[in-house]
Every structure is written in C-alpha cells, then in structure tokens.
Design a protein around this ligand. Structure first.
Ligand SMILES: *Cc1c(COP(=O)(O)O)cnc(C)c1O
Length: 433
C-alpha cells in the first residue's frame, strides 16, 4: 500500500489522546493485529470506514443493531424525540412504554429498572441479590463477561480474554475473594461449590455465552443450575445483556424454558443507544429505592432518546417471523462457512444459537473456556484479515460472538460465504510456505 490510510493517521493521533487509542479495549485490534478501521457511517448490513471502504458487518456494535444500521424508522423516531428535548431528569411516558414492552416479552420479569449500560445493570443486579439475601458471595463462570464491575472481572471473557489479561489490577483482593468461579457446562463443579459454601447470594451466568465466543449450554445444564440455586436459597441472575431479544423475543429464558430470579438486559433494548436494565419479580424488584432500601440511581437513566430507539426496535421484534428470518440466514451462513473451511482442509468448529455464532479455529467441540482457549488465535487473526480484505468485518477477536441482523439478506449471506471461501484458500496457501 503506497498511501497511508486515514484510519492509520487517526489511530496514531488517538493513541496520544485516549488509552490504547480506543474507548473500549477489543476495538483496538490487539486480538488480531493491525490497525483498527475508523468508521464513518453505517447502513443496513454494512459499515463504511474513513477511507471509503465498505464492509459487510457481523459485529453490529457488539449486538444491539438487530434491525441493521441506521434503520429508517429508528432514525426518524430519534430525530423527532431529540427535537422535543434529550433528557428531563423526570419520568416520561416512554419509560412506561418500554417497561411494558420488556415485561410483556420476558417471562420472568414483572418489574424493570432502566440504567445506562449493561455493566450498570449487572452491578445493580448483584447489589440487589446481596441486599435481598443478606449474603455476600457470588458465583460466576470462567469466560463469562458481565461488564467491568469489580466483583465481575474475575476470569472474565470478552476483552479480558482477548488481551490474555490476568484479573485486573485495581480490583481489591477483598472483593475478588467474594467471587467464586467455576467452569461453564459443568453442573458437578457448581454442586461442589454449594457443598463448600452456604453463603452464596447469587449465581450470575450468560445462559448462552457470547463473551468467550458463542458457547451454548448443554442439554439439562441450565436446569441443573436452576435446581441448585433454588435448593440453596441463592438467586439466579441470567445476564441476557447479549441474548435478550436476540435469541428469541423473551431471550434465552424463553428459548430454554428456565425462569431466573433476576435478568439483566442491555444492547438490543437500547436500539443502538446507551442502555441497560434489570428486572425480576415484583417481590424482588420492590426492594429497590425508592420502593425499598437498596439504592441505585442514574442521571440519564430512561432518557427519551434511548427509550425511543429501544421502543421502535422492540416493537419491530414482536413479529415472531423475524426470529425465523434471523435463524435461517444465520444457518445458511454458518453452513456455508463450515463447507468452505472443510473444502480446503481447515479445521473449524462453528457454534451457533439463532443469530449469534462463532467460528473457532480448533478441531474439538467448544463447550467452556478451557476448550475455547485452545483455539488458534493466530489462525483466527489470519482469517479476520483475509475477510477484511474481502470486504467482511468480523469481530477482531477469536473470543467474541458474531451477529446477523435483519438487514443481512440472502444476497449478503451469499457474498459472505464466497468471501470466506477465498479467505480460507488464502490462509491455506500461506500455511504451505
Ligand atoms: C456487553 C455485555 C455486558 C456489558 O454491557 P455494557 O453495555 O458494555 O456495559 C454485560 N454482560 C453481557 C453478557 C454482555 O454481553
């Protein structure tokens, strides 16, 4: 390349001004090498960078953009809402409408509190669980990511896993000690923890993991987790920040028929604007201030812009056929990728639930962090860059889920499968030398 890309110039400047040049770690491409593309705009299934290159996008802002980018109805509703004021610090009808939408959709939620990020939702859910049970300890699963709260940055997935970081400095040992981690998809390990501890406030889980790459629960596993928590007076928190409204309208809990005590949401329910939420039964939720004594507040919580984008998005997802469409497009895509890889003799394991999937460069089933972690980061990095050259933007890490949106048409899926075929051939050729 003769000319320096504008993305490279911007990145050089960004690293002088912003730690690592980014406002969230995985964006920096450290998991795959190279310079991150600076994005100028997006529309439907594609994003366009500052150098004018357009890519088919499977990141979807890490999950929220289920309708596709710059959806016309969302944009129009946002323009109208913005003209009426962007935040009042007082209740609005929009908040009631979005709460109703969530309560109608998610089986275990009778009441819901809006916050401004998934991190804030999980932090608040844990405080609630500790406040309600009067217990302190928390169980999480290796490779699951629940935002960057102190108690949750222990053996975490997503960027922590991508960067291969040990648990973060700055988390007080006294806090980390209250978090017990166990492997995912291993009911016996969880049973062992309950045999040793009788003071566990909550078990928090991604019911389908997205943050070590996509890892589904094995048959009967979520049932066991539900049974064990109930038997021990421990609250079960489903972190559905990624899976909520993604796998089904009612999230993973609808898909698998399991009822958690508390659910956290985010991503899709904000339609691309900052949002998070946590909800559960009336009995549990009425412990939150000002209904009850457990404190949690937020200046911009439930702001009219996030509520508007969320409402338009969730209303469009009322029609069950959208999940069929997402599932069919994703199945065709993943079958095409698998076929492309095996034709050239590259070993991949593709995990998929609905429109969430990951292609792991490994030759064994990926069922937990240990098996995910044996995938080849190097092969993934080569695949990522080959795909980028072919005009397809995947997550810049082996340990993230990819997302299909309603804007990913048959034609776009077909283009992606063809691009992948070329990409696999390219990395196979490179491997020979
Ligand atoms: C993205 C995510 C979070 C964190 O949400 P933010 O809005 O990034 O704070 C928490 N839990 C899960 C399962 C997520 O996927």
């Amino acid at each position: 390349m003769l000319l320096r890309m504008r993305s490279e110039d911007l990145f050089s400047k960004a690293i002088e001004l912003i730690p690592g040049g980014v406002n969230s770690p995985v964006r920096a491409f450290r998991g795959v090498g190279g310079t991150p593309r600076f994005i100028k705009s997006a529309r439907g299934a594609t994003i366009t960078d500052v150098d004018g290159r357009t890519y088919i996008d499977y990141v979807g802002s890490w999950g929220p953009m289920i309708l596709g980018h710059a959806d016309e109805e969302v944009v129009a509703a946002l323009q109208e809402a913005a003209a009426g004021g962007t935040s009042f610090g007082a209740p609005t009808e929009l908040e009631v409408n979005l709460a109703q939408e969530v309560v109608d959709a998610v089986p275990s939620i009778e009441m819901v509190r809006m916050v401004s990020s998934g991190t804030e939702a999980t932090l608040s859910a844990i405080r609630l669980a500790r406040g309600v049970t009067g217990r302190t300890k928390l169980v999480k699963f290796e490779g699951c990511y629940h935002g960057h709260g102190d108690s949750l940055l222990v053996k975490a997935g997503s960027g922590v896993a991508t960067l291969g970081l040990p648990d973060s400095p700055g988390v007080p040992a006294a806090l980390a000690q209250n978090t017990i981690t166990v492997p995912f998809n291993n009911a016996a390990a969880l049973e062992g923890v309950f045999a040793e501890h009788n003071d566990i406030a909550a078990v928090i889980i991604e019911p389908v993991v997205g943050n070590m790459g996509c890892v589904p629960p094995q048959a009967g596993y979520l049932e066991s987790v539900r049974k064990l928590t109930k038997a021990n007076g421990t609250l079960l928190i489903f972190d559905e920040v990624m899976t909520g409204f993604r796998l089904a309208r009612g999230g993973a809990q609808e898909l698998y028929g399991i009822s958690p005590d508390i659910t956290t949401l985010g991503k899709i329910i904000g339609g691309g604007l900052p949002v998070g939420a946590y909800g559960g039964s009336r009995e549990i939720m009425n412990n939150i201030a000002p209904a009850g004594p457990i404190y949690q507040a937020g200046t911009l919580s439930g702001n009219p812009l996030s509520m508007t984008a969320g409402l338009v998005t969730l209303r469009r997802l009322r029609d069950k056929s959208v999940y069929e469409q997402l599932n069919n497009a994703s199945r065709r895509l993943c079958e095409g990728l698998s076929a492309g890889a095996s034709e050239v003799g590259i070993k991949t394991e593709i995990n998929r639930v609905g429109s969430m999937w990951t292609s792991f460069f490994t030759d064994e089933p990926v069922t937990n962090w240990e098996t995910a972690n044996r995938s080849s980061r190097e092969q993934y990095g080569k695949f990522f860059h080959a795909m980028l050259e072919e005009g397809v933007y995947l997550a810049p890490s082996q340990f993230e889920a990819a997302f299909v949106s309603l804007a990913h048409t048959d034609d776009i899926v077909y283009q992606t499968v063809n691009a992948a075929r070329s990409a696999f051939e390219k990395i196979k050729r490179a491997d020979r030398y």
